[in-house]
Design a protein around this ligand. Sequence first.
Ligand code: HEM
Length: 437
Amino acid sequence: MTRFTRTLHFEQAPPLAIPLAFFLTAPVALGCAGVVLAASGAAVLGTHWLPLTIGLAHLLTLGFLGMVMLGALYQLTAVLSGNPVPAVRLAHGVHVLFTLGVATLCWGIARSEPGLVFASISALFLSVVGFSVPVAVALLRAPTQSQTTRGMRLALASFVVAVAIGLWMAHGHAGMRFPGVRSLWIQVHASLALIGWVGGLISSVSWQVLPMFYMSKRIDPGLQRALRLSIGLLITLPTAVLLADYGWGVARTSAVPARIAAVATLPALAIVWVWHPLATLRALRARRRKRRDASALFWQTGLACAPLVAATGVAAWCWPDPRLMLLFGWLALFGWAGMIVHGMLTRIVPFLVWFHRFAPVAGTQPTPSARALLPNAWAERSFALHSATLVIGCIAILAGADLPARVLGLALVGVALALAYMLVRVSVRHPEAAPAD
Ligand code: HEM
């Protein structure tokens, strides 16, 4: 047992079926995104304002990334903070409602069907409340007040505020009034969701998971503190700007509120997409155990994409070329976060299956190791597919042509199938059927 695993509380972990249900739904959403792209071609890649593009973006942000992150938080809150999530069986209802909510939101916005968007608002509201209240209670009462626990709290707070803004904006697609200046609301919603929620969770979990799984060096505590402060600023100032816009319409006549919101985002952007990835890449390079491991490759490639995300994000804000905004979204969702989430799944799912099913019988019968449940060659194939799809996506966006867009759709379906195959093959393993290592 290392000094890192000693601080973990595996006895608090929720039943395996809970994280697995979320994880197994994620490739379905990815596959749907691929089908939509393959069927629509370049029509999706005109500008990010198109309803179909917004629907597609949320298949990735909520259906793929969100599904994995919600499932992982049930597990991580218990194991990393030492406090189990209360009423954890509620998670099954959350999973069903969240899946329905994401499907109806994406379909409703893409096809401009107000009834469906209304249904999605109710389902998403109920599922996010059912998820965030118990998880917040567990994180607030956690006996372990580590940097990771505090980071997870801020990530959750960012998620809740981003969802509230998202649901408010969704009324604009359900035949009602949009709450304020559209570009400002999207800017605050997307930065809270991408930087505060996705970035906050990836960073704070990396501090504990990377030393544990890859024997990497510990991350500078100064970076951890800076991240917390910057996400705190990201949540408070831009949200205050939105409230002022909603109450007094301050952004309708002046560009200053949008600039204040953008400047308040910059510190968190620099930390999540530049400082954290560079520091983490250095820590991974200096790791003690350097055996061939596809999940580490996923992490390294995702982290290497992060500075490109920052650069395209700033470029998209300065130059009004619609391709820059699409490229930014693609690199952020499928390059940076998508790579890391995909890599984590290849590591966490075998570990959970081993922990719940094989660890209790270890010593009484031959059991495979957690790593043997998912052969590295499968994960390497998945990594190659994901990387090729990332490149095809960049080409399709820059070219804006029909053929590369359709090829990208098919490639996305391929990534989804490869991921689903791995997850299903691992999750059906039981001790009786397991050959000895
Ligand atoms: C319940 C949760 C959410 C809802 C209801 C929601 C809703 C929306 C809506 C309605 C828009 C478009 C606004 C418009 O038409 O101008 C939008 C844009 C956007 N959202 Fe969300 N959102 C949610 C969660 C998220 C999350 C978790 C992320 C990222 C991780 C995210 C990222 C984005 C991005 C990047 C855009 C801009 C997309 C584009 O311009 O094509 N959203 N969201």
